[in-house]
Design a protein around this ligand. Sequence first.
Ligand code: PMP
Length: 347
Amino acid sequence: MKGLREIAPYIPGLQPQEKRMIKINTNENAFSPSPRVAAALAAFDAGELRKYSSLDNGDLRAILAKNNGILAEQIIVGNGSDDVLALAFLSFFNSSDKVIFPDLTYGFYRVWCDLFRIPFEEIALTENFELRTADYLRENGGIVIANPNAPTGIYKSLAEIEEIVKQNQHVVVIIDEAYIAFGGETALPLLEKYDNIFITRTFSKDAALAGLRVGYGIGSPKLIGIINAVKNSYNPYSVDMIAEKLAVVACEDVAYYAKTNGEIAEIRDWFSAELLALGFEVLPSLTNFVLAKPVGVSAAELYAHLQAKKIYVRYFGDKVRIADYLRISIGKQAEMVEVLMAIQEIL
Ligand code: PMP
């Protein structure tokens, strides 16, 4: 047949449906969402669903603006940050110059470049998986940086992010802050100085709402206007009515999330120290996961051993540079104790 598209898609982590398992393979939040979310869901009037959802997501944008000290005109909401990122690639990367991003980063960036036929180049992180600022001070058609990065967990300082944004004012620099709530400093203050920065966030990690599919982007009103036009050329009602309502109540419970996410950061630091004590190499993470290289057993063997015990972690066997590593999301303390015991069995 003529005209069929063939593409290598993004490969997400497994979503097993077992009752008893430790699922630490897709960086979901270890805790339940705010109790207010369950209450709002129970109180939702299904009769409302007769109507289309909001076109401008005004309620959600208003509370996001308040919580972040910005204007609603600086925000676009989408069906997960994957949706917002895909729209951003479509909206901002239309030159013939190459978009640049690290060789080890969120796998979807190269998939969107392939899908949308955007020229791109992956820039190698250093041996220690660090992003070198100097590598991003060259001619390009746009820049994408996850900060903290995934799957490494490594955070880059705001000063260095600013240098990259400042030296590239002729293109859009996307900063993907999916994991920023677990330790790093947000790039939000840069919005006052630069109109070429676009920051993406998600409710999937820090708000414990991966299944709800809500994310958002923050940028100058000019960039938001452009991305909105693209969104409205494709799927104007991308956030459903229930999702918007539940995301709003999640935003109202800042205290709950500060507590649970703070706890995740503590468990992460404790778990990292335990792995280091076993002799593992552990990258310094400011996210809700760690990338670690086992000793005494290969990553593939440890992955299989854990899976046999219904402990699901992520193994990137096809990515040469990290084929000796496992990415382990941070679960509850008791789960991570079990994980450590299971690891020790095979060493
Ligand atoms: N960016 C990064 C760096 C991620 O790890 C993820 C989660 N897989 C996303 C974006 C997308 O998250 P979501 O679509 O659930 O908002």
